[in-house]
Design a binder for this molecule. Structure first.
Ligand code: FCB
Length: 463
């Protein structure tokens, strides 16, 4: 490394100290699901159900990260990553509700090896792998699960403590609640709107309780929560379309942002969810617990939504992940390019989501904790020329930069994902990695996007 700062060619430099990272989640990369005392999670049980996951894929072998973590840290170092966002597996750390020395030791070593490599460890306590044992007792729709989550946090936060550069309580509680208990396309695969609404509240309650544990046991480490935000726009300015946008924005964004950053649930969303028993599960004092001040907010961004209050040409009706949204229709943009997941590529939506938080809530440092795309990568002569992913990254980093120029206090960006991995209900078919994984040999091959991203990191600027 030369001591001279690399020149920036376009002047599109990011603020000094900007954190450049990549993200993964335990169940998606670790494999080793029956090793060292780990107990089954809802995702093990869900993946075992015929037809639940594409191709019948399961958490094995994933990217075998549990066994290859040292190699993967060396890889991160070679790419120049400043931070690694990973999640801690509750079923490894506290199987049967008791601390598991071997499971804990894995994360202990991971954190130390990251620190030794000069990479900030960013740990998320919960990225959807609820112990199946707790689902059998009712799962997130049951209030008790929030307290079990806080006990799990107590088991691990003190051990890793301030060696973790930044703690997150939850990843995307909207998905855990609405896709897991409403639509049923994620574990545990239930289809009950009332259960989904209750799960959303209990996840947030668990967040608030875990914040207390983090303050006590890791007092010097910043702590926050990671939400998946989607800018929602009405297809027209008719009252029906505007109300559809209000409802979807309410359930996707404000149901989570408001209690965390404003101290209480938005009244219109509470009214929308009232027929599904939401108000009954929110007990006096809960909103104060959830409002525990966070040091930062993580924004996961993939795309936005255009919605209408009645069918329009090409639109599709809201699915069961949207509660009480029978009239709502999602309106596609036929001109937008799509990723391999079928998601429209909408970089400007990233700026819009960051601005929604910046303009609507108390000042809080923001991080893009996930953003990325699946593309049908082809390994040819040992190389993956994923120019589509490079273009995606470039466009979204420009959008992130745009937010900074509008005054957003954006402090970092994490690409999803470091490695190709188990993409939930889509199994291994969708590849999001900067690094290609051959699941038969576990060979890692950095894609062109990884080299491109390395250059951005080294310059702290876009090329
Ligand atoms: C997010 C999840 C992450 C990954 C990406 C593609 O919703 O947090 O685990 O699956 O989508």
């Amino acid at each position: 490394m030369s001591a001279e700062p690399l020149p920036t060619r376009t002047g599109l430099a990011f603020p000094p100290g900007f954190v450049w990272g990549a993200a993964t989640a335990a169940f998606q990369v670790e494999g080793a699901t029956t090793v060292d005392g780990r107990e089954p999670s809802v995702w093990d049980a869900f993946a075992a159900r015929p037809g639940a996951v594409a191709g019948g894929d399961t958490g094995e072998p994933a990217a075998d990260h549990y066994r290859r973590a040292a190699e993967d840290v060396a890889l991160m170092r070679s790419l120049g990553l400043g931070a690694y966002r990973f999640s801690l597996a509750w079923p490894r750390i506290q199987p049967g509700g008791l601390p598991n020395v071997r499971g804990i030791a894995f994360y202990d070593r991971l954190v130390d090896s990251l620190l030794a490599a000069g990479i900030q460890p960013w740990a998320t306590l919960y990225h959807w792998d609820l112990p199946q044992r707790l689902e059998d007792l009712g799962g997130w729709p049951v209030r008790d699960t929030a307290y079990r989550f806080a006990e799990y946090a107590e088991t691990i936060v003190g051990v890793l403590g301030d060696r973790v550069a930044s703690w997150s309580t939850l990843n995307e509680p909207w998905c855990a609640a609405m896709l897991g208990y409403g639509k049923g396309i994620h574990a545990p695969g239930r289809t009950d709107p009332a259960a989904a609404a209750a799960a959303a509240h209990h996840l947030l309650l668990g967040h608030g309780l875990a914040m207390d544990v983090l303050r006590r046991d890791a007092p010097r480490a910043p702590a926050g929560i990671t939400l998946n935000l989607y800018p929602v726009t009405p297809a027209s300015d008719t009252p029906a379309d505007v109300d559809a946008a209000r409802r979807i924005d309410g359930q996707q964004n404000r149901l989570f942002l408001d209690p965390v950053l404003r101290g209480g649930y938005p009244t219109d969303v509470v009214a929308d969810l009232a027929p599904f028993g939401f108000a009954d599960v929110v007990l006096p004092g809960d909103e104060d617990v959830i409002a525990a001040p966070v040091d930062w907010l993580g924004v996961n961004y993939y795309r936005g939504y255009r919605v209408a209050g009645s069918p329009t040409p090409g639109s599709s009706p809201a699915g069961a992940e949207w509660i009480g949204a029978d009239a709502v229709h999602f309106v596609p943009d036929p001109a937008a390019p799509r990723t391999d997941s079928g998601w429209e590529v909408q970089p400007a939506g990233l700026t819009a989501s960051l601005l929604q938080v910046h303009r609507g809530y108390r000042p809080v440092p923001l991080y893009v904790t996930e953003n990325g795309a699946a593309y049908p990568d082809v390994l040819r002569a040992g190389e993956i020329a994923d120019t589509d992913r490079v273009a995606f990254l470039d466009a979204h980093l420009r959008a992130a930069h745009d937010a900074v120029t509008h005054g957003v206090d954006l402090r970092g960006y994490f690409y999803w994902s470091l490695l190709d991995n188990f993409e939930w209900a889509e199994g291994y078919a969708k590849r999001f990695g900067l690094v290609h994984v051959d699941y038969a040999t576990q060979q890692r091959t950095p894609k062109r996007s990884a080299h491109w991203y390395s250059e951005v990191i080294a310059r702290n600027a876009l090329p």
